[in-house]
Design a protein around this ligand. Structure first.
Ligand SMILES: Cc1ncc(COP(=O)(O)O)c(C=O)c1O
Length: 435
C-alpha cells in the first residue's frame, strides 16, 4: 500500500474529506514533543533556564493552551496576545510584554497582571513609572538592548557583516548609552520599578547555532560594561527566539537540507553565554528563551484539493483551492514550503509543475516544482507550515479562510472554525445615504 501523509493517526486525505479544504491540520504531539525536547536540551547545559513560547508564531488558543500545559510562559505583543495567553492559563508573572509602541493602556494591562514589560525606549520607561505609580505597584521590567553586534560581524562567516548592518536598521531597543541612563533611572525608582534584567532578540537570520553564540558574546559584553558603569547585575536575561528547525522554510531552500538539532542550538548558544558570563565575572542569570517557529513550525500541514490540471505551452498547471496568502510569508519573505501528494508520498515525480491557488493574482504556491502526477480531486499538502502562517494569513477575492483542526492520536477536533462569507463581510457597514 502507498505511504500516505498522516497527521498522527489520521490520514490527511481523511481529514480533507471530513473537514473540507483548504484545511490546516496540527499535530498536538509534535508540539508537546518539540517543547519537551527543547526544554530538556537547554536544561542539560545551563541552569537556571526557562523556555517561553512566542505566541505570535501561532496564536491559536488551543496551541497556546498546549504549551501552557507544558509549563511555557510566553512573550506577548499587545492586548490580543496577552488575552490569548491568560485564557490559555498562563499566569501574568510568566508573561513578557514586548513591542516598540506600547500604549498607556497596554502598560496598565501589564501592571494589572504582573507582566514583565520589556522597555523599548526612555519615554516608555517614564510612562511605565507613571502607570506603576498610579497603581501603587512595583512593575517588573527588562531593558531591551540594541547593540552594534561586533562579534556577529566578525565571527559569523560570511553573513556576519550583513546581519549586523540589518540589526542596526531594526527599530527595537536601547543603545548601550541609552541603556546606561535607563538603568540609573530605573534603579532610582525602586518603589515603582523592579528592573529584572535585559532583553535581546536577534531573531532568525540564518539557520546556524554559531550565530546565536556570537550574539550572546555581544550581549554579555554590553551587560558587563553596563555593570561597570552602573553597578547593575541582572537577575534575568531574555534572549528571545530565532532557532531554526528541520524543514526550515525561511531559508528559501525547498530541498531537504541539514539544520542543527535543538540540542546543538542549546549547547552552542548557552555554552557561549555561560562562558562569557564567567569570563566577565558576572553571576549567571536566569535565561529565558522566547521561541516561536522552532516549537510549532513542524507541527502543521496545509491541505488543498486539486481543482484542475492544465497542460499549456509545455507547462503543467496544478490548480488547487488554497491561495498563496494562506502561507503569506512565502509571498513576502521568500519562504519555501515542500509540497507532497497526500495519498502517496512515494509517487514518482513526473516533472515540473506550477502549483497555483484560486485567486486573481499570480497565485503561485510553487514554481517549476518537481511533482508527481495528480488529477482533479487529489489532495496535496504543504508541509511544516505551523509557524507564522496563522499569524500572517490573508484572503483575496473575499474568500473565507480555512478551518484548523488539531489532531491527537486518532482524535481530530476543530480549533478554528472555517470562515463563512458572512464572516468575511461582517465588518462592512453602509452609511445611511448608501442604503
Ligand atoms: C521579541 C521576540 N521574541 C521572540 C520571537 C520569536 O522568534 P522565533 O519565532 O524566530 O523563535 C520574536 C519573533 O519575531 C520576537 O520578535
Amino acid at each position: 500500500m502507498a505511504a500516505q501523509l498522516m497527521v498522527e493517526g489520521v490520514p490527511a486525505v481523511e481529514l480533507a474529506e471530513r473537514f473540507g479544504t483548504p484545511l490546516y491540520a496540527i499535530s498536538e504531539t509534535s508540539i508537546r514533543e518539540r517543547y519537551r525536547r527543547t526544554l530538556a536540551a537547554v536544561r542539560r547545559v545551563y541552569d537556571p533556564v526557562e523556555v517561553y513560547y512566542a505566541v505570535k508564531s501561532n496564536p491559536i488558543l488551543a496551541v497556546r493552551r498546549i504549551l501552557a500545559q507544558e509549563g511555557a510562559g510566553g512573550d506577548a505583543f499587545g492586548p490580543g496576545e496577552v488575552e490569548t495567553s491568560l485564557r490559555a492559563g498562563v499566569p501574568g508573572e510568566k508573561l513578557v510584554m514586548n513591542g516598540q509602541a506600547k500604549t498607556e493602556e497596554w502598560l496598565e494591562l501589564a501592571v494589572k497582571h504582573g507582566i514583565t514589560v520589556t522597555l523599548d525606549n526612555p519615554g516608555e520607561l517614564e510612562l511605565l513609572l507613571e502607570v506603576a505609580g498610579r497603581a501603587g505597584v512595583r512593575a517588573p521590567a527588562f531593558i531591551r538592548l540594541k547593540l552594534s553586534m561586533d562579534e556577529v560581524r566578525l565571527d559569523v562567516a560570511p553573513e556576519g557583516p550583513q546581519i549586523a548592518d540589518r540589526v542596526l536598521a531594526t527599530v527595537w531597543g536601547f543603545t548601550e548609552d541609552e541603556a546606561k541612563e535607563a538603568v540609573t533611572r530605573a534603579l532610582g525608582a525602586p518603589d515603582r520599578l523592579l528592573l529584572r534584567g535585559y532583553h535581546h532578540h536577534i531573531g532568525y537570520f540564518i539557520n546556524r547555532p554559531d550565530y546565536h553564540a556570537a550574539a550572546m558574546r555581544d550581549v554579555v559584553g554590553a551587560v558587563a560594561r553596563l555593570r561597570d558603569a552602573t553597578g547593575f547585575v541582572p537577575e534575568v536575561l531574555d534572549v528571545g527566539g530565532g532557532w531554526a528547525y528541520p524543514s526550515d522554510p525561511e531559508s528559501g531552500d525547498e530541498h531537504p537540507h541539514k539544520v542543527a538539532p535543538p540540542e546543538d542550538f542549546a549547547a552552542v548558544q548557552l555554552g557561549a553565554l555561560g562562558e562569557a558570563f564567567d569570563a566577565a565575572g558576572l553571576p549567571r542569570p536566569l535565561v529565558i528563551f522566547e521561541l516561536g517557529r522552532s516549537l510549532v513550525g513542524e507541527s502543521t500541514v496545509l491541505l488543498a484539493r486539486v481543482q484542475w490540471v492544465k497542460e499549456q505551452f509545455g507547462r503543467r498547471f496544478v490548480i488547487t483551492d488554497a491561495q498563496k496568502h494562506l502561507l503569506l510569508r512565502a509571498c513576502i519573505e521568500g519562504y519555501k514550503y515542500r509540497w507532497v501528494r497526500a495519498d502517496d508520498l512515494e509517487a514518482p515525480k513526473v516533472g515540473p509543475a506550477e502549483l497555483f491557488g484560486p485567486t486573481c493574482t499570480d497565485d503561485e504556491l510553487a514554481v517549476s516544482y518537481d511533482f508527481p502526477a495528480v488529477a482533479r480531486g487529489d489532495v496535496v499538502a504543504a508541509l511544516a507550515c505551523g509557524a507564522y502562517a496563522q499569524t500572517f494569513n490573508a484572503s483575496l477575492n473575499s474568500m473565507a479562510r480555512p478551518a484548523v483542526v488539531l489532531v491527537d492520536g486518532e482524535d481530530a477536533a476543530v480549533v478554528v472554525r472555517r470562515e463563512t462569507v458572512d464572516d468575511v463581510l461582517a465588518r462592512y457597514e453602509l452609511p445611511g445615504r448608501l442604503t
